[in-house]
Design a protein around this ligand. Structure first.
Ligand code: ATP
Ligand code: MG
Length: 408
């Protein structure tokens, strides 16, 4: 069974028990657009305890707010009781929720295109917010007064930009003005939540449009204080040269391509990304321009190639070069680099060292920093192709020790 079929099964069961139950929100929008939905959410007038009673396996994580997860045949369906949310004091969380009707539930949703329901058994769209008209005109518009709706939840400003980017819809003009007017308040939203929306915007092939909106609205300057005009120009130019499918780390590195590495790394910290992601981005930013060095030694090339994100670094550099506006000439160093890489064939990029620490001590090296230096230099010689066997390495190490004897 697909996610959709599972959700419909849940709806059938609720309707048979006398409740109103409908598909709601994003999945209705995507179905009407002929797009595959990410998840199929169910909205109902059944109370959470009714839902828990009706289905064998449920998770009550959000029952207080009217959300119950129904588990069927290895799938999860989110079933939410129609609700209104009131008393947003902090621009982030509703103060309380009250169970209510479908029409009022539609009214608490963010955008008209996200505010529709669908009854899959009667194949009927239930639209209290004129979502179908905006879907037809390809418009992102808040339900109700934009400033009020953004004032309840500042994250909605970024969501507007994300939906506009992902769907290639215009943001309706009073909605857009309200985003620009309220942009400063995005600072109140946690880095993690900002990062999720930013990821949706920057990994999408339409990322240039999204980044432009982030810049024009002023959201970017609030999220990353100090991100200035030249850097913004560079972000747009580099993102515009990026291949269509990329992950968030590469897209962010392109976004910060015109910034000092230290500023970019500090800015990424605001997003509270995972350690791996931070490492990934830092690797890309720190190693920018290394790939342009025609004199790069074979050992350095092998070390860089052995890094898990090497090809992302290559893609970042390719986008930077193409964005420079110097035509084919700008990517000549990269074409040269590819030739070097091809010529390496399937050589082992991280071979075992020909001699280990114990071997070197047996040859007379003294444990300590000098031993580390000897091992490193010997490994470089191995990567360079100067040393092939343990015997050669032994001779080489002895010479090294003699040469350095008065320093040891
Ligand atoms: P996606 O396809 O990206 O998941 P979605 O529309 O399903 O988009 P979700 O974040 O999954 O978006 O939320 C599901 C629905 O809940 C939305 O369609 C919208 O109706 C409502 N919603 C979500 N977040 C908010 C919010 N911050 N303010 C108001 N309504 C919201
Ligand atoms: Mg969704």
């Amino acid at each position: 069974m697909t996610n959709k079929q599972t959700a419909i099964k849940v709806i059938k069961c609720l309707q048979r028990s006398g409740f109103q139950a409908l598909l709601a929100g994003g999945c209705v929008r995507d179905m009407l657009l002929g797009r595959r939905a990410k998840d199929y959410d169910v909205a109902t007038d059944a109370q959470p305890q009714d839902v828990i009673r009706l289905f064998k396996r449920t998770l009550k994580v959000g029952a207080k707010f009217g959300v119950v997860i129904v588990l069927i045949e290895g799938r999860r369906v989110e079933v939410a009781t129609f609700r209104t949310e009131t008393g947003y004091a902090d621009g982030r969380h509703p103060g309380s929720v009250e169970f209510t009707t479908a029409a009022e539930d539609a009214g608490r949703r963010d955008f008209t295109i996200n505010g529709m329901f669908y009854n899959p058994l009667e194949k009927q769209v239930i639209d209290y917010v004129d979502g179908q008209a905006d879907l037809k005109s390809r418009i992102v518009r808040t339900i109700g007064k934009p400033s009020e709706r953004f004032g309840e939840d500042y994250l909605r400003m970024l969501r507007a930009v994300r939906f506009s980017t992902q769907l290639d819809f215009e943001i309706e003009s009073s909605t857009w003005s309200a985003v620009c007017r309220n942009a400063k308040k995005i600072a109140k939203i946690s880095g993690e939540r900002i990062a999720m929306e930013l990821e949706g915007i920057l990994v999408h092939p339409n990322r240039v449009a999204g980044a432009s909106m982030l810049i024009e609205s002023g959201l970017v300057n609030v999220i990353f204080p100090g991100f200035a005009g030249e850097q913004a120009k560079s972000a747009i130019a580099v993102l515009g040269q990026l291949r269509s499918k990329v992950d968030f780390a590469l897209a962010l590195a392109c976004f910060f391509a015109g910034c000092e590495t230290e500023f970019a790394v500090r800015s990424c910290r605001i997003l509270k990304l995972s350690r791996n992601r931070n490492k990934h981005i830092k690797f890309l930013l720190v190693n920018r321009s290394k790939l342009l060095d025609k004199q790069m030694s074979l050992a350095d090339l092998k070390k860089l190639l052995a890094q898990p994100y090497f090809w992302d670094l290559y893609e970042l550099q390719r986008a930077i070069q193409k964005a420079s506006g110097h035509g084919r000439k700008s990517i000549a160093p990269l074409i040269n680099l590819r030739r070097r890489i091809k010529a390496l064939g399937d050589v082992d990029l991280q071979p075992e060292p020909l001699l280990n620490g114990h071997d070197l001590i047996r040859l007379g090296a003294v444990p300590g920093p000098a031993l580390g230096q000897l091992a490193e230099e010997m490994y470089i010689a191995q990567l360079e192709g100067t040393l092939h066997t343990a015997e050669q390495a032994g001779k080489w190490a002895k010479k090294w020790l003699q040469k350095h004897s008065n320093h040891l």
